[in-house]
Design a protein around this ligand. Structure first.
Ligand code: SAH
Length: 365
């Protein structure tokens, strides 16, 4: 696909793509329209993928005319598409003149998973993640987040995306309101209607925001743990210095509450010689033995300039066996899309860094 010119950052029109039901109802009320109009609009926009107000034929002509005048449905613009040999598809989206984010679609036999970004870059500095190297520019708007699902649906057909994981660029809990609005649209029966089991938010562990999330949503939760001790996690996932493992695990328990069917997915990247020994595995069993959880081991995906290596297949196998003997359901994530840099931790987009991160890294090299 050839790059089309970047869309203007703002056309001056109000983009209705990111409005969840409550916000859409408030918008309609402001224009003297009844709440059921909001439902009709959500159905047109999200269920049917319609971005043209003229086609929303059950809205009154007068209402449509005002929408045409000062509103729009503006999805992010695809500048580049790449398809991996395993069918994984990566889209580079231009969010404004300076920035690009990435979205990945992972087809499997019985489902299609869309991996969605929540921020341009990331403010956290996890040592093994390439997004972190890019620094941070800004939060994505609700329209830009749900817009990733909207364009995937447009490109692949309605129904192709059965699962969404907020595991792309950024830390979703540091963009709380916009992420929650987008999640509301993913779950709303009048919008995308995905079940809460099929929408997963992944976080590195922003404890207060996790408690806040529990009050407004019950999507599935994945936590990027990656180390069984604070000493090691402080190094790999520096936000641990603020919210250490014990507090994070307590927050996970509060999030899943009393419902015995709910579990937290624990993500654990396998780094050769760093966090992958039998001692680490036994420590991990102890950390997790009071939290209803399942473990997802992620083979480390290398990127230019990283010093880490992925643990060997045997090491991962041995690590997994210790966890399973310790009573933990454990799976190993299949690496997908690595030939097009679409695998976990390889999403970089294009970030106009506004932190000192990139400058500091350059000085250190
Ligand atoms: N900030 C959120 C969302 C990102 S999710 C979070 O930390 O959970 C992306 C997942 O891929 C996280 O579990 C992340 O730790 C993991 N990851 C990052 N870099 C990776 C790499 N190079 N190889 C494998 N997994 C990686």
């Amino acid at each position: 696909m050839t790059a089309a010119p970047a869309p203007a950052e703002s056309s001056g029109k109000l983009n209705l793509l990111g409005l969840d039901r409550k916000a859409m109802e408030a918008f309609c009320a402001g224009r003297g329209e009844k709440p059921f109009r909001a439902v009709q609009m959500l159905q047109w926009i999200h269920q049917r993928g319609i971005g043209d107000f003229e086609q929303m034929t059950n809205l009154s002509k007068a209402f449509r005319a005002t929408l045409l005048q000062d509103c729009e449905i503006r999805p992010p613009h695809i500048v580049h598409e790449q398809v991996s040999s395993d069918g994984t598809c990566k889209w580079v989206l231009q969010t404004d003149e300076q920035n690009r984010v990435e979205t990945v679609f992972i087809p499997e036999e019985s489902r299609g998973t869309l991996c969605v970004s929540s921020q341009v870059g990331c403010a956290l500095e996890c040592s093994f993640c390439s997004t972190a190297r890019q620094g941070f520019n800004r939060n994505l708007s609700a329209a830009e987040i749900i817009g990733q699902l909207w364009v995937a649906q447009r490109e692949l057909g309605i129904g192709a995306v059965t699962n969404v994981v907020l595991m792309g660029m950024g830390e979703p809990l540091l963009n709380f309101n916009n992420v929650v609005a987008a999640i509301n649209l993913m779950l709303d029966d009048n919008a995308h209607g995905l079940s809460k089991r099929r929408v997963t938010l992944s976080t590195s562990g922003i404890v207060p925001a996790l408690d806040k999330l529990a009050e407004v949503s019950d999507v599935s939760l994945a936590v990027s743990l990656h180390a069984p001790t604070d000493e090691l996690r402080d190094e790999l996932v520096p936000i641990n210095q603020k919210y250490p493992i014990r507090e994070l695990m307590a927050a996970c328990k509060r999030y899943i509450g009393q419902d015995a069917r709910r579990k937290v997915t624990i993500e654990y990247v396998m780094l050769d010689g760093i966090n992958d020994t039998p001692v680490h595995a036994r420590q991990l069993v102890r950390v997790l033995n009071t939290v209803r959880s399942k473990v997802n081991l992620i083979p480390f995906n290398p990127f230019p300039g990283s010093d880490y290596r992925c643990s060997s297949r045997d090491t991962i196998q041995r690590f997994s066996e210790i966890l399973q003997k310790g009573g933990l359901v454990t799976t190993t994530r299949k690496t997908r899309g690595d030939d097009i840099d679409a695998a976990c931790g390889q999403l970089v987009g294009k970030v106009k860094d506004r932190t000192q991160r990139t400058t500091r890294l350059a000085a250190a090299n």
